[in-house]
Design a protein around this ligand. Structure first.
Ligand SMILES: Nc1nc2c(ncn2[C@@H]2O[C@H](COP(=O)(O)OP(=O)(O)OP(=O)(O)O)[C@@H](O)[C@H]2O)c(=O)[nH]1
Ligand SMILES: [K+]
Ligand SMILES: [Mg+2]
Length: 454
């Protein structure tokens, strides 16, 4: 990765007070008790910092065992590994030092404090190490977002997808789109050069048009495919039903712990309660809701309202009902509904149902879980295909698509120069996804979503 980040240096530094020339330090591992914690220091004073705390600078990229000392009085703080990564071939592109210390609160606080006492060193902002990597051209924006997703990944499929994006798979797709646009532009521009040979111009314009049509189709396909974006949030399932159908019991059975209160009193659940499940690598969020009925109680009325709102926003509704007395689910537009008859230990299901279960005896639950995982995999993919993962990507892709559609609509009537200009504008717009252009407005939002130390 070379160009994009670097060309942004001025934008990225002047736009919102971001100053890569400071030296930053932070604990990069999670807070709390642990065997090891890593303190990272990046910037021009990293070398001074390392010398002050750990003695001489070690050979680049070699871990050495050192005593870490308080710069104020030379007292021993801890012993551990020191590493030195001189810029620009470091993670941030700057001089970077790492101190691996014992992972206790007091130890990390003392060593971080020692680092911050060195002139020119300050505490890092959230995501600032990654942001410096972006500014230095070590990764593009889509890759940085992939890295954020990788840190947040809770299931295998999420991990696979995030890793792909962090390694540049989405950037490569977008770059390929841009190359196709540039090729179409070149055809039009060739027409400009050969404007006295009408046949050549005509053929070139026709070929460019075919290419732009195909590209607009591919981009529309990518916008319509929401699987990768939904993978980040998980497959959203809402359990809906009348009071006492056994919704909370089902949630507990799926979660394999007592998350929700279960009683025989109708109207027990009021708030929406959700659990995050990992079904065979697929992230599935299941929400338990208040039983639907004309409630007199104010809190229960609000619970019913929330239940209906959650169901309307779900990918799938599990309409749970008593096998003995099934009722119709409420009309839910554009939401898939599975009818599930519960309590088949008491009475057999009547009418058409998708699943027959007894939460009490466990009958039918394994099949239900397997079918849920399958539905989730269908909706989200397995994390092996590359797609747009954020609204930000989709907005940019839609803007490009609209520009291409506009160019295609007026194609024959548009002079070569103007057509080439329209395609150039679309190519520029594509650069928003990887951060080649005009990203200063989104930088803060993207990087602040990271933790401090990343
Ligand atoms: N026999 C039998 N009882 C069940 C089964 N599932 C749940 N129950 C019982 O049904 C009653 C209601 O269960 P809940 O899980 O609280 O039902 P709910 O749909 O969450 O009820 P609300 O939150 O009040 O709407 C409890 O007494 C459960 O033990 C089942 O499969 N068989
Ligand atoms: K109940
Ligand atoms: Mg309940």
């Amino acid at each position: 990765m070379s160009g994009p980040g670097r060309s942004l240096q001025n934008l990225a530094t002047d736009g919102d007070g971001f100053k890569p020339r400071d030296t930053i330090a932070a604990v990069s591992t999670a807070p709390g008790k642990a065997a090891i914690a890593v303190i990272r220091i990046s910037g021009p004073a990293a070398c001074a910092c390392l010398t002050t705390i750990a003695g001489a600078v070690p050979e680049p990229r070699r871990a050495v065992f050192r005593a870490f000392r308080n710069p104020r009085d030379g007292s021993l703080l801890d012993r551990g590994l020191a590493l030195w990564f001189p810029g620009p071939a470091s993670a941030t592109g700057e001089d970077l030092a790492e101190l691996h210390v014992h992972g206790g609160r007091a130890v990390t606080a003392a060593v971080l404090d020692a680092a911050l006492s060195v002139a020119g060193v300050r505490l890092a902002e959230p995501g600032e190490f990654t942001r410096r990597a972006f500014v230095a051209g070590r990764m593009d924006l889509a890759e940085a977002e992939g890295l954020a997703d990788l840190l947040a990944a809770e299931t295998e499929a999420q991990r696979r997808q995030a890793l792909l994006q962090s390694e540049g798979a989405l950037s490569a797709v977008v770059e390929r789109w841009r190359e196709r646009l540039v090729a179409a532009m070149a055809l039009i521009e060739a027409g400009i050069d050969f404007s006295d040979e009408e046949d050549v111009t005509h053929a070139a314009r026709a070929e460019a048009r075919r290419e732009v049509e195909a590209l607009a189709g591919d981009i529309a396909g990518a916008i319509a495919d929401r699987r990768a974006e939904r993978m980040r949030e998980g497959f959203q399932v809402a359990i809906l039903g009348r009071p006492n159908a056994g919704k909370s019991s089902l949630l507990n059975a799926l979660a394999q712990r007592e998350v929700a209160i279960v009683t025989e009193a109708a109207g027990t659940t009021r708030d929406v309660l959700e659990v995050h499940l990992d079904l065979d690598g697929i992230p599935v969020t299941v929400a338990d809701t208040a039983g639907l009925r004309d409630a007199s109680d104010l809190a229960e009325q609000e619970g019913v309202r929330r239940a209906e709102a959650r169901a309307a926003a779900a990918d799938l509704v599990l309409w749970l009902d008593d096998a003995a007395s099934p009722a119709e689910p409420p009309p839910l537009e554009a939401v898939r509904i599975w009818r599930i008859a519960n309590k088949i230990d008491l009475a057999d299901a009547t009418g058409a149902v998708d699943h027959r279960i007894s939460v009490r005896t466990g009958e039918g639950l394994a099949t239900l879980v397997a079918t849920l995982a399958e539905a989730g995999r269908e909706a989200l993919g397995a994390g092996e295909d590359v797609g747009l993962t954020r609204a930000r990507h989709r907005d940019a892709a839609r803007a490009v698509h609209d520009q291409l559609a506009g160019a295609l609509a007026g194609w024959d009537a548009t002079p070569d120069e103007l057509l080439a200009e329209q395609l150039r504008a679309a190519a520029t717009e594509l650069g928003r996804i990887t951060g080649r252009i005009g990203v200063e407005d989104v930088l803060g939002a993207i990087f602040s979503s990271f933790c401090i130390g990343k």
